[in-house]
Design a protein around this ligand. Structure first.
Ligand code: KIV
Ligand code: ZN
Length: 388
């Protein structure tokens, strides 16, 4: 089996649809170009039938992006697919993504159709999309809660109809990693034509398991992961692209899988999305949070000064951050104070480390974090006292 995992970014579709205010066409293009630089394989640019603004954004992105496949979403309806085909035809490479729900909860209560009718609708939609392109993705919405027999039947029918990627979404973030991995495993064992398509996954984060579930899926043969920058998306969001990319990179020896992501672009892209979407990133968010490469405990600070890999499993540079950050607090030891003084340009003879450390601890107990300007003020006061 191929060990390349395709990264399908849906920041501009699933991510954007969850924002309180829509992005402008210009802002979406800025994000799309950043995603192209980041090396994503497929950019889901929007849902063209949903509004004239979305149509225009998808068309603009399709025209400007050259190094990624541009994709548009459509329900399993001819008018949606036509809008996608129309918006995307200016692209160098494009994909039409069509979907229909497959769980009995959705089929009975939302679609109010029989299972047979839903299979027919999916097949008709895929055949309609084939008039525009041979790059067709089909999603079984709410696959995580779909009976496995029906899911197998739908996947087989979608591939026979011409879907080249079949996506298995955990739409409501309900499954657990072993359960979701099991669904993918079952599909590979039971669907006879499964090797004719790429199996994709699209996991939501309602129970905080979107990334773990996506990982379980690739361990069971999925070769496309749908995700968003900073994990933005409906409700609790989607699997976070930066986490997926850095898991596969950091644990490449264990997993034997690769992506095309240029990881040094991660921090820049995360900041851009956070700013334009007005969605702050929590400080302790893996990979891109302000504290992801900060060390506070004296033991950890001493460790990373001796050897960075004592407490860092990836370098800050690998995700585009200049260097790690050692917070100066009452837990910091003498070693880090001396190191910071050297970074600030002082020689050992410019300060008395014992005295400075005692004054530092007093200040840290009072104010929590001590900043560089505090440290310099402490040295200045120590010297002034000495001179008097
Ligand atoms: O969560 C979901 O099921 C979706 C589909 C449209 C892929 O976003
Ligand atoms: Zn979704």
């Amino acid at each position: 089996m191929d060990n390349q995992v395709k990264i399908f970014d849906t920041t501009l579709r699933d991510g954007e649809q969850a924002l309180p205010a829509s992005l402008t066409v210009k802002e979406k293009l800025q994000i799309a170009l950043a995603l192209e630089r980041l090396g994503v394989d497929i950019i889901e640019a929007g849902f063209p039938v949903s509004s004239p603004g979305d149509f225009q954004s998808v068309q603009t992105i399709a025209r400007e992006v050259k190094n990624a496949t541009v994709c548009g979403l459509s329900r399993a309806m001819a008018k949606d697919i036509d809008a996608c085909g129309e918006a995307l035809r200016v692209a160098e490479r494009f994909r039409i993504h069509t979907f229909i729900a497959t769980s009995s909860i959705h089929v009975d209560s939302k679609l109010r159709k029989s299972n047979d009718e839903v299979v027919d609708m999916a097949v008709a939609a895929i055949k309609h999309a084939a008039k525009y392109t041979n790059d067709i993705e089909f999603s079984c919405e709410d696959a995580g809660r779909t009976h496995i027999d029906y899911l197998c039947r739908m996947v087989e029918a979608a591939i026979n109809a011409g879907a080249t990627t079949v996506n298995i979404p955990d739409t409501v973030g309900y499954t657990t990693p072993s359960e979701f991995g099991g669904i993918i495993h079952n599909l590979f064992n039971r669907v006879p034509n499964i090797d004719k398509a790429i199996i994709s996954v699209h996991c939501h984060n309602d129970l905080g398991l979107a990334v773990a579930n996506s990982l379980a899926a690739v361990e069971n043969g999925a070769r496309q992961v749908e995700c968003t920058i900073n994990g933005i998306g409906e409700r609790a969001g989607n699997a976070s692209l930066e986490e997926i990319a850095m898991i596969l990179k950091t644990r490449e020896q264990l997993l034997g899988l690769q992506t095309n992501i240029q990881s040094s672009e991660i921090s820049r892209t995360s900041k851009l999305v956070s700013q334009l979407c007005n969605m702050p990133v929590q400080a302790n968010k893996a990979i891109v949070g302000a504290n992801a490469f900060s060390h506070s405990s004296g033991i950890h600070q001493d460790g990373v000064l001796k050897a960075q890999n004592t407490y860092e499993i990836m370098t800050p540079e690998s995700v585009g951050i200049n260097k790690n950050n050692l917070n100066l607090t009452s837990r910091s030891g003498r070693h880090v104070i001396k190191h910071r003084m050297h970074e600030l340009g002082y020689q050992d003879t410019d300060f008395d480390l014992d005295k400075l450390y005692q004054s530092f601890l007093k200040l840290a107990d009072k104010k929590g974090q001590v900043f560089d300007y505090d440290l310099e003020a402490l040295v200045f006061f120590d010297q002034t006292r000495q001179d008097e």
